[in-house]
Design a protein around this ligand. Structure first.
Ligand SMILES: Nc1ncnc2c1ncn2[C@@H]1O[C@H](COP(=O)(O)OP(=O)(O)OP(=O)(O)O)[C@@H](O)[C@H]1O
Length: 257
């Protein structure tokens, strides 16, 4: 089933076309990567899908509903979550508190119920604690629940960020450079982890990634941007052997090892 559909979307900033005529289908259960040299328009594409930018032209639909130009919080509520290129955790809070906060955004209790800790609020709080611990268990961080998030090794901070995104119950998860800054062991673990959460949480995953080992290892399909234009799409084998892709990466190859 097609979950996400991007139809002829362009984003123009002043005189600069950051993304031009972008088309994407994301099917249930797929892992799809978006690659391309620096400044190719990848983050802009993410920002349009998640409501940070309203596309200048085109339409984005999720499960058949037009979500073009909706606010980020409205889009997240419907089932599209994301992580960011730079980790955005509450550094001084514990691992558990970071996930609890993400969950609290979905409380049904109103201000009064929360202030006076009325029964519905107390019940919801208990449910949220259970849900958060369960999430931490599933991402392998339950033993670190009391640690300050900034004290975690980098790979685990990424996992925690993903756990926070999962707290919003997404069907689609957008990962912006999940392997950035990771050592080879962390990168291997991440590849396995992404597959595992896809299966465990029945996700479809769309990710921007520069690390070719990760991209080629887990993607069902890959889209390639260069200067805002989709120059290729296909499976990992097709992309690795695509002449336009090879040319786009020439001269910058050392950055993408
Ligand atoms: N808000 C904005 N206003 C003006 N120009 C922007 C804005 N956001 C992005 N751009 C420009 O759009 C182009 C695409 O940027 P974008 O960040 O989407 O590329 P990217 O492929 O994600 O790059 P990287 O791999 O370095 O993160 C760049 O030229 C960038 O300077």
């Amino acid at each position: 089933m097609k979950l996400l559909k991007v139809d002829n979307v362009s984003m123009i900033f002043g005189g600069l076309t950051a993304v031009k005529d972008f088309n994407l289908d994301l099917n249930q259960g797929e892992i799809v990567a978006l690659i391309g040299p620096n400044g190719a328009g990848k983050t802009t594409a993410f920002n349009m899908i998640t409501g940070v930018y309203k596309p200048t032209i085109g339409r984005i639909s999720y499960k058949g509903n037009d979500i073009t130009g909706q606010r980020p919080d409205q889009i997240t509520k419907q089932g599209i979550a994301r992580t960011f290129q730079n980790i955005r955790l509450f550094k001084d809070l514990t691992v558990l508190d970071n996930v609890l906060i993400a969950n609290h955004l979905h409380l049904k209790s109103n201000f009064l119920e929360a202030t006076f800790k009325l029964p519905r609020y107390r019940r919801e709080e208990k449910e949220i604690l259970e849900k958060s611990l369960n999430l931490l268990e599933k991402v392998g961080l339950v033993d670190a629940q009391g640690e300050k998030s900034s004290s975690l090794p980098y790979g685990k901070q990424r996992r925690l960020e993903i756990a926070r995104a999962l707290a919003t119950n997404p069907e689609i998860l957008l990962l912006d450079e999940p392997a950035a800054g990771m050592n080879p062991k962390e990168t291997d673990d991440l590849t396995e982890f992404i597959r595992q959460i896809r299966d465990e949480f029945h996700l479809s995953i769309f990710m921007i990634e520069h690390h070719m080992q990760v991209v080629m290892g887990i993607s069902d399909r890959i889209y390639v941007f260069d200067h805002g234009v989709t120059i290729a799409q296909g499976n990992p084998y097709e992309i690795q052997n695509n002449q336009k892709v090879i040319e786009a990466y020439l001269g910058v190859a050392e950055d993408y090892a």
